[in-house]
Write a protein that binds this ligand. Sequence first.
Ligand SMILES: *[C@@H]1O[C@H](CO)[C@@H](O)[C@H](O)[C@H]1NC(C)=O
Ligand SMILES: *[C@@H]1O[C@H](CO)[C@@H](O)[C@H](O)[C@H]1NC(C)=O
Ligand SMILES: *[C@@H]1O[C@H](CO)[C@@H](O)[C@H](O)[C@H]1NC(C)=O
Ligand SMILES: *[C@@H]1O[C@H](CO)[C@@H](O)[C@H](O)[C@H]1NC(C)=O
Ligand SMILES: *[C@@H]1O[C@H](CO)[C@@H](O)[C@H](O)[C@H]1NC(C)=O
Ligand SMILES: *[C@@H]1O[C@H](CO)[C@@H](O)[C@H](O)[C@H]1NC(C)=O
Ligand SMILES: *[C@@H]1O[C@H](CO)[C@@H](O)[C@H](O)[C@H]1NC(C)=O
Ligand SMILES: *[C@@H]1O[C@H](CO)[C@@H](O)[C@H](O)[C@H]1NC(C)=O
Ligand SMILES: *[C@@H]1O[C@H](CO)[C@@H](O)[C@H](O)[C@H]1NC(C)=O
Ligand SMILES: *[C@@H]1O[C@H](CO)[C@@H](O)[C@H](O)[C@H]1NC(C)=O
Ligand SMILES: *[C@@H]1O[C@H](CO)[C@@H](O)[C@H](O)[C@H]1NC(C)=O
Ligand SMILES: *[C@@H]1O[C@H](CO)[C@@H](O)[C@H](O)[C@H]1NC(C)=O
Length: 512
Amino acid sequence: MVEPPSTPSSSPPCCWRRSWWASLYPTNNHHPHRRWIPSATTFFSTNNTVLTALFLAFFFTVFYWQKEATAGGLAIFRRPFPSRQVPKLRHAAFNLTDFGGVGDGITLNTAAFERAVVAISKLRNKGGGQLNVPPGNWLTAPFNLTSHMTLFLAEGAVILGIDDEKYWTLMPPLPSYGYGREHPGPRYGSLIHGQHLKDVVITGHNGTIDGQGQTWWTKYRQKLLNHTRGPLVQIMWSRDIVISNITLRNSPFWTLHPYDCKNVTIKNLTILAPVFQAPNTDGIDPDSCEDMVIEDCYISVGDDGVAIKSGWDQYGITYGRPSRNILIRNLVVRSNVSAGISIGSEMSGGVSNITVENVHIWNSRRAVRIKTAPGRGGYVRDITYRNLTFENCRVGIVIKTDYNEHPDGGFDPNAFPILKDISYTSIHGEGVRVPVRIQGSSEIPVMNVTFRDMSVGVTNRKKHIFQCAYVQGSVMGTVYPAPCENLDLYDELGNLVRRSTSQNSSDIDYDF
Ligand SMILES: *[C@@H]1O[C@H](CO)[C@@H](O)[C@H](O)[C@H]1NC(C)=O
Ligand SMILES: *[C@@H]1O[C@H](CO)[C@@H](O)[C@H](O)[C@H]1NC(C)=O
Ligand SMILES: *[C@@H]1O[C@H](CO)[C@@H](O)[C@H](O)[C@H]1NC(C)=O
Ligand SMILES: *[C@@H]1O[C@H](CO)[C@@H](O)[C@H](O)[C@H]1NC(C)=O
Ligand SMILES: *[C@@H]1O[C@H](CO)[C@@H](O)[C@H](O)[C@H]1NC(C)=O
Ligand SMILES: *[C@@H]1O[C@H](CO)[C@@H](O)[C@H](O)[C@H]1NC(C)=O
Ligand SMILES: *[C@@H]1O[C@H](CO)[C@@H](O)[C@H](O)[C@H]1NC(C)=O
Ligand SMILES: *[C@@H]1O[C@H](CO)[C@@H](O)[C@H](O)[C@H]1NC(C)=O
Ligand SMILES: *[C@@H]1O[C@H](CO)[C@@H](O)[C@H](O)[C@H]1NC(C)=O
Ligand SMILES: *[C@@H]1O[C@H](CO)[C@@H](O)[C@H](O)[C@H]1NC(C)=O
Ligand SMILES: *[C@@H]1O[C@H](CO)[C@@H](O)[C@H](O)[C@H]1NC(C)=O
Ligand SMILES: *[C@@H]1O[C@H](CO)[C@@H](O)[C@H](O)[C@H]1NC(C)=O
């Protein structure tokens, strides 16, 4: 499954194609261009069939000729028309072209999007409005959404973020971070942005929001940027948000960033970025959010697939907004440089009541990771991992308590996070080098960790591949590989077999 670094993976691993993942993607959508004639003829009156047919023949000849001339290749395999009727999800629906949008990939559509948003904002007391983005390449600078709005991306619709930073709005740092994540002072806003909103839906027939991140990643690596890069989609201080059925790709920075939001549903997204040299292109970053579901997504990106956060050191402690009540399920995730599902490292507002289940993580550096450091404060507790599959991952389960990245010298070195009540149940997989590495410390011991029903195939039969330090907890029943001596052992029925006397011993080895 090794690919050239510049091509993001867009398909799940072989063995998953025909399983539950396939059921999310009905095959009848795969050849919609075969239906273009019926949908096109609906624009014409049917009692003048000959004229209509002649006109169509002429129209498509010219159309294909132009496609051929501009794009090259076999135009007959392209999709000239939306093949599926766009559903009317709100009382009022608009077309981006109504506001002067031009989907040629060159014309800047910022004003068209802004006009559409203004029109929809006037309908806030009438159920809001839907903005349909038809097939085409709709280049735009960042713009803001409004409440009671549905942004619908038709099949073949691509919103392209302009990659010249001069067009990107600067915004104050997030209060819980104090700084732009990469530079002090202001940060670039996101391509699609919203603040203090209610009832926003971004959905479609698998249309795409493409951040054209390549330019940003190169400039970042060459240290040419003076401000923190912007996310692709960032919704702040909002509630009742649904983001579904679309593709997000090549974000300049984190892809989808709900910040201090409540009641957010993220469903059936494909999130793509190159798995290598696309720095900080996390998939989804729930940040100080509560009551959130992330499900049925395919994520392959250049950093963490999902990273739950809640602010950075003293700024996050002061802001004091936790991430909690988050359910993550039915994902396929790939993260070549970081982890499939992360919590932290910024978690200073606290993280609790998180469930991660039915998740398949493949060809990744780490599968599931909790990361924190002295100075963070806060807590990570009541975390349930269930039915995870690791396929070809260097490290499976990771807890790291010395992730020493700080906003500035003003953090409190004695602000120790509390890590406790973390359970791992039905953890399986193959091709994993180190299945478990839980590295607590005397200041940040990891308390009450439970393992139940675990069998992870390892790449080599070395000892010390279930690594622990300062961990207190238990193993129920049989667990493979053999657990570290820090944990208490119970049988299947919950009877104590052996109580550990060495919770604080350390067997961490980064050479594996
Ligand atoms: C994965 O990341 C490593 C560095 O961590 C890199 O050497 C390797 O080329 C990457 N693999 C792919 C497929 O990009
Ligand atoms: C949606 O588009 C992405 C990117 O082109 C693709 O990988 C994915 O398979 C598509 N999903 C469906 C259901 O067609
Ligand atoms: C939007 O307008 C364009 C151009 O007028 C048209 O081709 C397209 O079918 C319209 N889409 C919807 C969803 O109305
Ligand atoms: C979006 O709204 C925020 C908050 O009002 C504002 O700071 C920002 O400039 C707006 N962005 C754009 C592109 O209009
Ligand atoms: C996922 O999105 C695709 C593309 O829009 C759609 O065809 C499919 O029906 C969706 N699946 C689910 C389970 O919603
Ligand atoms: C960054 O700042 C330097 C010095 O002020 C300036 O020359 C450069 O153009 C800036 N770069 C960007 C991308 O704004
Ligand atoms: C959550 O948001 C959805 C979508 O907007 C809405 O239908 C639902 O009523 C909201 N739930 C609560 C508890 O507010
Ligand atoms: C996703 O698309 C499917 C198929 O069109 C539709 O049934 C479903 O309601 C959509 N889901 C959401 C959450 O938009
Ligand atoms: C924990 O989160 C789930 C959603 O994943 C929610 O249904 C449940 O009520 C939450 N539990 C508590 C105690 O808040
Ligand atoms: C476990 O998760 C996989 C997807 O990763 C799913 O196919 C399977 O049905 C789940 N098993 C249970 C018992 O829920
Ligand atoms: C340990 O954590 C589990 C959840 O993983 C919880 O149900 C249990 O009450 C905790 N035990 C103690 C002693 O706090
Ligand atoms: C292990 O370390 C913790 C925290 O530093 C301490 O509270 C505990 O007493 C130690 N346990 C043992 C058995 O030494």
